[in-house]
Write a new protein. Structure first.
Length: 158
């Protein structure tokens, strides 16, 4: 159940788009920015407020790769595994990051909620490969050691 203050915040987002059904994607983007994912109870509330079926709202949430139904960490790390990055050994970088964060197989977010690690098909920076992004900031010509050093720096800032 959503708390009253959360309902007001979600309502403010909806009202900011005039409560229009056609603004569903933009509303969901703003909600995801607030929560770092799309909580189920918020999606149900959104469907009711916009007079849309729950199936419609969930179909949008699951169709677009940008949306997540699972909580993400404060720091989102994307490891490119496109052709150029893969050829230049992106998988050892991914493994070093996952090992440094002590993430078991099948788990992408640290228990403390500070980091989420994802692989992506392409970050569009092939000439800089291998590439990772941390919170949408591009880091080029990565190695396993340089990736772990970036993580250590983030932890120190913590």
């Amino acid at each position: 159940m959503l708390a009253d203050n959360e309902l007001r915040e979600v309502d403010a987002i909806i009202v900011g788009y005039g409560g229009r059904k056609s603004a569903l994607i933009a509303i969901m983007q703003d909600i995801q920015s607030k929560y770092r994912y799309l909580p189920e109870e918020v999606l149900l509330y959104l469907a009711k407020r916009l007079d849309l079926s729950e199936a419609k709202v969930y179909s949008v949430a699951t169709f677009y790769e940008n949306f997540s139904l699972e909580p993400k960490g404060e720091n989102l790390i994307k490891v490119c595994d496109g052709t150029a990055c893969h050829v230049k050994h992106s998988i050892p970088i991914l493994n070093a990051i996952r090992n440094s964060l002590k993430l078991p197989d099948g788990v992408n977010t640290t228990d403390d909620g500070l980091f989420t690690v994802e692989t992506v098909a392409c970050l569009g920076a092939c000439g800089l490969s291998p590439v990772i992004t941390i919170n949408d900031r591009v880091h080029a010509a990565m190695t396993p050691d340089s990736a772990v050093a970036l993580l250590d720096g983030l932890r120190a800032e913590g």
